[in-house]
Write a protein that binds this ligand. Structure first.
Ligand SMILES: Nc1ncnc2c1ncn2[C@@H]1O[C@H](COP(=O)(O)OP(=O)(O)OP(=O)(O)O)[C@@H](O)[C@H]1O
Ligand SMILES: [Mg+2]
Length: 356
């Protein structure tokens, strides 16, 4: 092979289908999440025989397939029946009752939304949804400013499954008791993928997105190893694309270990951001956890107050939950003499790459 055989022409590309590396792309099959998808389907199943469905909370760390698994089940459901309506809302993007109501109206094709108040809009939503059966997903639910809208939907929809998606295992514990007793959700945990799973998922994505033989074996293996250690498939897909762009920019017909290592080094730079990227108050709290790892949350709150912390206990608790969601601490329940408590363990970890 001559030296120029390994060089790309300007109109050539390594990507067969670059869309497959979009964060919104839903693959035809979602491997390693069959069990979770089956449980989502089981919760929806009663709707097929006109009974009320079960409600769910899907929880797990960033980039472990919660959103994609849910959207995949929705897609299959839409292909199977017109009797069940699916509505998916991202509460990070739509974080107030009003924005959620508008989004739901849009999805339902209802356009008389001008100058209407939130509760009027929800009335319309409920009227429309009660004509059929419905599965609602509220992704990133912990980012919603309040949960009043859930209360209304839980009360007034006849035949429904409500799916709440969150990073926080403890999300349910902090939910208002009246809401909790109306929703009574079943919990589905999405554990991080192990090395073989990570490899399988990234291999599938490489097949969708790149021409055959573009990836040299050792380059792909290096990417898999890095991503398995980060436990975030979103970071993996970002890295696949980055490696492709990097190799292309060097007019290479293959992605080599040198290309992969250069792109992995960029991720390592992100990693060094770690806790330094948190807000000041969160940093103070994380430092207290670091110094007193595996302490009870109540004792940590005391140390926090002693060191001049001004937030109320509820706010402190919310911040600890948020640190858990970002992977900085691990929370475990423990049964003590005076009742249940939460043990907080320090665990430094990367933020979601997508947040940079
Ligand atoms: N089992 C899987 N098979 C194929 N692709 C996957 C799988 N799991 C995750 N992905 C891909 O990884 C990326 C992240 O997944 P997803 O968006 O579902 O994460 P998430 O758990 O919702 O994370 P977050 O809590 O940050 O929202 C997506 O691009 C998704 O397509
Ligand atoms: Mg998600």
């Amino acid at each position: 092979m001559g030296v120029f055989d390994k060089i790309l022409h300007s109109d050539q590309t390594l990507f067969k289908n670059i869309d497959a590396l979009d964060f919104d792309f839903v693959p035809k099959i979602i491997p390693y999440r069959e069990e979770q998808q089956r449980r989502i389907a089981t919760a929806i199943q009663p709707l097929f025989s006109d009974r009320n469905g079960k409600n769910l909370v899907l929880h797990g760390m960033p980039g472990v397939g919660k959103t994609v698994a849910c959207r995949h089940v929705f897609k299959e459901l839409e292909e199977k029946t017109d009797e069940i309506i699916t509505v998916y809302v991202n509460c990070w993007k739509k974080n107030t009752g009003y924005k959620i109501a508008i989004d739901m109206c849009e999805q339902l094709g209802y356009s008389f939304t001008q100058n209407r108040k939130t509760d009027e809009l929800f009335k319309e939503v409920i009227r429309l949804l009660n004509k059929k059966k419905v599965v609602l997903a509220f992704d990133e639910i912990d980012k919603a400013e309040d949960y009043g809208f859930l209360y209304i939907l839980a009360e007034e929809l006849y035949r429904k499954t409500i799916i709440l998606i969150t990073n926080y295992k403890t999300f349910l514990e902090n939910m208002d008791e009246r809401l909790k007793s109306r929703i009574m959700p079943e919990l589905i945990e999405f554990k991080p993928y192990n090395l073989p799973d990570t490899k399988g998922i990234l291999k599938q994505r490489v097949e969708y997105a790149f021409y055959p033989n573009v990836w040299e074996t050792d380059a792909f293996e290096a990417v898999v190893k890095k991503i398995a250690s980060l436990q975030d498939i979103r970071a993996g897909i970002h890295l696949l694309k980055d490696c492709g762009d990097y190799a292309e920019s060097r007019s290479s017909k293959t992605i080599t270990i040198e290309h992969a290592n250069a792109c992995i080094a960029k991720i390592d730079e992100f990693e060094t951001l770690k806790s330094t990227d948190l807000k000041d108050e969160d940093k103070v709290i994380l430092n207290i956890v670091k110094k007193n790892t595996k302490a009870k949350i109540g004792d940590l709150f005391k140390s926090y107050c002693d060191s001049g912390g001004k937030s109320a206990y509820k706010t402190f608790q919310r911040k600890i939950n948020s640190l858990e969601g970002q992977g900085f601490v691990k929370l475990t329940k423990s049964q003590g003499e005076g009742g249940n408590t939460t043990i907080v363990e320090y665990k430094e970890r990367t933020k979601k790459l997508s947040e940079f």
